[in-house]
Design a protein around this ligand. Structure first.
Ligand SMILES: [Zn+2]
Length: 383
């Protein structure tokens, strides 16, 4: 089917075709125009009056479909009661002692059937699509056992466009960090995943485990990703950079001296303002990273604990306000730069020949952040 999206006030275009990511997103162009799609591919940056379907974009913007490169789908149920405890001041240790936290999600997951898990994930993905997200990463991590993690890899394939093995998420009962890393090593060799990930934090894994996962990722030929510097400054970023990580995610407690090396590296800084706001975390140095030319990325971190957030328009609004970013900086961070994190070079920007993943907004791009919490999406095309 041939589709023409006609007469937009803004079409978001990269400064030139073929760029893998943008370190200076303010070079993005926002120009009046039209886009024609045929057979799921962008074929022209002009109107086709003979198209099978015409979408009137007058007054609005056409942008690439959002890429959410950091989610914890699939998971079972939500943890709203914990959120209330958290905001009213119950310490996390107490919540965890009462059976909450990651352990609670792991129990719910073990009790849920595959059909129940997939049904919840499909609901979430549908709502993400309605908010403009056309590509989603899925992570394992709530399995907390060998079998549980292998099950999540299998289900993740039905949920996400990429599956990341977050086998090193929490340390299962009966193991210490090093002992579980032996299992992670076996899982990485056995499971078919697109990347490997680890949660480095005082309550989880250590920098030496990150180093080891880097070696495992190299052996398996998949990118290394890492949850780092979320609640504490552990100086994990230099370790991740030395291990050749594709991305470092969270960074609320990034050490100031690590900004410049991260910005100089071919490693994305994945910022998660939904988790920062809902967890009353510290603020990642988003402005400093952008000024230093880092490959900045935004994602929802969608998970039932720290960030039950699905909307990238909302995340853009938070990032613009809290990091002091322009609309262009926020948009590049959840389109082209996020696609690079997931290893997709066929999407994330509006170029002839790329996959037709597009969102039509009902106003200019600046309204996404400004009218916070509102869904600005009028139409979504996914291939
Ligand atoms: Zn996460």
């Amino acid at each position: 089917m041939r589709v023409s999206i006609r007469g937009a006030a803004q079409v978001m275009l990269p400064p030139e075709d073929g760029m893998p990511y943008l370190r200076r997103p303010n070079e993005l162009r926002l120009e009046p125009g039209s886009v024609t799609v045929d057979d799921g591919v962008i074929v022209a940056l002009e109107d086709d009056p003979g198209a099978d379907l015409i979408i009137d974009a007058a007054g609005g913007a056409v942008i690439p479909g959002f890429v959410d490169c950091h989610t914890h789908l699939p998971f079972a149920g939500w943890r709203a009661e914990e959120y209330e405890q958290k905001v009213t001041g119950v310490p996390y240790e107490e919540i965890a002692r009462g059976g909450g936290g990651i352990a609670s999600s792991a129990r719910a997951l073990a009790a849920a059937s595959d059909d129940e898990l997939l049904a919840q994930a499909v609901d979430v993905r549908t709502e993400m699509l309605e908010a403009g997200t056309t590509t989603v990463e899925a992570k394992t991590g709530y399995g907390l056992s060998r079998e549980g993690e292998l099950r999540l890899v299998r289900l993740g394939r039905q949920v996400g466009d990429r599956v990341t093995g977050l086998f090193a998420h929490a340390i299962p009962e009966g193991y210490d960090a090093a002992g579980w890393m032996d299992v992670v090593d076996e899982l990485a060799a056995e499971a078919d995943v697109d990347a490997l990930d680890i949660y480095v934090e005082s309550v989880a894994f250590r920098n030496e485990d990150l180093e080891r996962l880097g070696e495992i990722a190299r052996r398996e030929g998949v990118p290394l990703r890492a949850h780092v510097e979320q609640f504490n400054a552990n100086r994990s970023v230099p370790v991740a950079l030395a291990a050749g990580a594709r991305s470092v995610d969270h960074l609320a407690c990034l050490a100031p001296e690590d900004v410049a090396p991260l910005a100089a590296a071919e490693c994305a800084a994945v910022l998660l303002p939904g988790a920062e706001v809902l967890g009353a975390e510290r603020l990642a140095p988003g402005r400093a990273l952008a000024d230093a030319g880092a490959i900045c990325v935004l994602a929802t971190d969608c998970n039932p604990g720290t960030s039950p957030v699905q909307s990238l328009p909302l995340v853009i609004g938070l990032a613009v306000r809290r990091y002091g970013w322009t609309a262009r900086e926020a948009l590049a961070a959840c389109t082209l730069n996020a696609a690079w994190v997931l290893g997709f070079d066929d999407r994330g920007s509006i170029e002839v020949g790329k996959r037709a993943d597009l969102a039509v907004l009902d106003g200019p791009v600046e309204h996404i952040a400004y009218r916070l919490g509102r869904n600005p999406i009028k139409e979504v095309i996914r291939a």
